[in-house]
Design a binder for this molecule. Structure first.
Ligand SMILES: Cc1cc2nc3c(=O)[nH]c(=O)nc-3n(C[C@H](O)[C@H](O)[C@H](O)COP(=O)(O)O)c2cc1C
Length: 208
């Protein structure tokens, strides 16, 4: 499917039809999250994939509008890191060294500059920065889903404390930033027939 056709077909589904996404398609969509760009390559997030009915049921009370959770195939939960410490950065560089077969010594100047950059930031700044990276993952997952002809709904409308308790998130170090329900639109979901509301070009774009 042409990408503009896929993005025009995409809408935020309110009700799915319970059909389960084939494993291969799901992994293709997840791969797009994995391939997301992130600042300094640090990927300050985790991606939970809720596939069990039991866990979806458990999560229903956490959402203000749970119709997507009770009908979707999978629920993706993007968790942002609140802290980045030296051991996390060390782990990142060990990984680069392994994947690219480069010595740690060669990577040392890059590692020091990242350490310096991160150390200067307050915890709030780290967290704001981490959350921005999570939204890039969200956008890529939504886009890949649309190309795969899979419907979705991004959702921030959840109760933070409840979702984090159910998912055993440590609020000192992590935060559930945003979720994405995936599946197939229900024929009963009347939102699919509504026209898209977007700013006209002259209000949205400015050429200079
Ligand atoms: C970050 C983010 C959070 C959203 N949270 C919710 C939500 O909690 N519940 C919901 O039904 N829609 C949610 N939406 C969907 C928006 O309302 C929707 O994208 C917007 O109205 C445009 O409509 P469309 O996606 O159908 O084109 C969210 C969208 C984004 C990008």
């Amino acid at each position: 499917m042409n990408y503009l056709e896929a993005l025009s077909r995409r809408y935020s589904v309110k009700k799915f039809n319970h059909q389960v996404i084939p494993q291969e398609t799901l992994y293709n969509i997840l791969e797009s999250g994995k391939l997301s760009a992130s600042s300094l390559g640090l990927q300050p997030y985790k991606i939970l994939v809720v596939e069990s009915e039991a866990m979806k049921q458990k999560l229903i009370p956490a959402f203000y509008n749970p119709s997507q959770i009770s009908t979707c195939s999978h629920l993706i939960v993007i968790i942002s890191k609140k802290t980045i410490d030296e051991s996390y950065i060390r782990g990142y560089f060990n990984h680069i060294s392994e994947v690219r077969e480069t010595s740690l010594e060669k990577l040392e100047p890059f590692k020091n500059s990242i350490n310096q950059h991160i150390v200067q930031k307050t915890q709030d700044e780290i967290f704001n920065w981490a959350e921005k990276q999570s939204y890039i993952v969200l956008a890529n997952l939504m886009y890949a889903a649309a190309i795969e002809n899979i419907d979705s709904c991004p959702m921030e409308g959840f109760r933070q404390d409840i979702i984090e308790e159910i998912l055993s998130i440590n609020p000192e170090t992590e935060k559930v930033t945003v979720t994405l329900a995936l599946g197939y639109r229900s024929e009963e979901d009347y939102f699919q027939h509504m026209k898209k509301v977007r700013k006209p070009n002259e209000k949205l774009f400015k050429f200079m």
